[in-house]
Each structure stands twice: as structure tokens, then as C-alpha cells.
Design a binder for this molecule. Sequence first.
Ligand code: ZN
Length: 134
Amino acid sequence: MYEKIDMERIGKFITEFGNFNSLPKPFIILEPNHYYYLLNHFTPYETEFRQIIDHDFGPYAKNTTISWGFDHGLGIMMPAEWKIVGDHCEFKTMPTFFRFGCDHDYQHSTNLGNCYNRYECTKCGFTKDVDSSD
Ligand SMILES: [Zn+2]
């Protein structure tokens, strides 16, 4: 499974990839509204599934889906106790929402021509190229 993940790109903005039973680091826990806001501005390159065993999140393995996008990841950890009732899902507790990766601080680094510029994160070194076309 891991060989399909583009570690050359993702490895620049995470410090620890973790494994099938652990979370990538760094991460922050998001309020649901923040998660959905980020999701609306996010195109995942790849999505993976893990079963997290971490007592900070309770005694049971938690099914967790992680999607990796341009410069961060987003994840949902499902509560261990849930059931399908009719056409919907009932949880005893809410899912936990995550943002994975550096909290980037982009600074302009290079003009690549006209309105085409490179920005580099002062924390992790990840770069993004932006063509503002104006
Ligand atoms: Zn960064």
C-alpha cells in the first residue's frame, strides 16, 4: 500500500509517516466546520485507509481515512461504536477530523517569469509555484 503513496512529495511536509496503526505527524484536530472548509479547497492525490491504535483516541482500533493533497493531508477517524440504521449512520460519538502536515508559512522565494512565482515554506521548505496571471 505505501509504495503507491508519493513519499517524495508528502515527505517534505510531514515529519513522520507512521504506519497502518498510527497517525502521520504532525497533525492537528479540526472542528468539523474547519475540516469541511479545507475539504472544499482540496483535491486529493491519493487516499489511504488505516486502523489507528492510539489510546489517546480510546481503547479500540479506529477506522481512519487519510487523503493526501497538494501540501497537506485531511483525515477522518470514525468512532469505534456506530451502526447503520435504515439509510443513515448513527454514532455514539462524533468522528474526529484531522489536518496532517506542516502549518506552512509561505514566503516569496523566486520570480520564475512575469507573474509566475515560487513560494517556499519557512518551516518545512515545501515549495509551490503560482501563476497569478494578472
Ligand atoms: Zn511547511
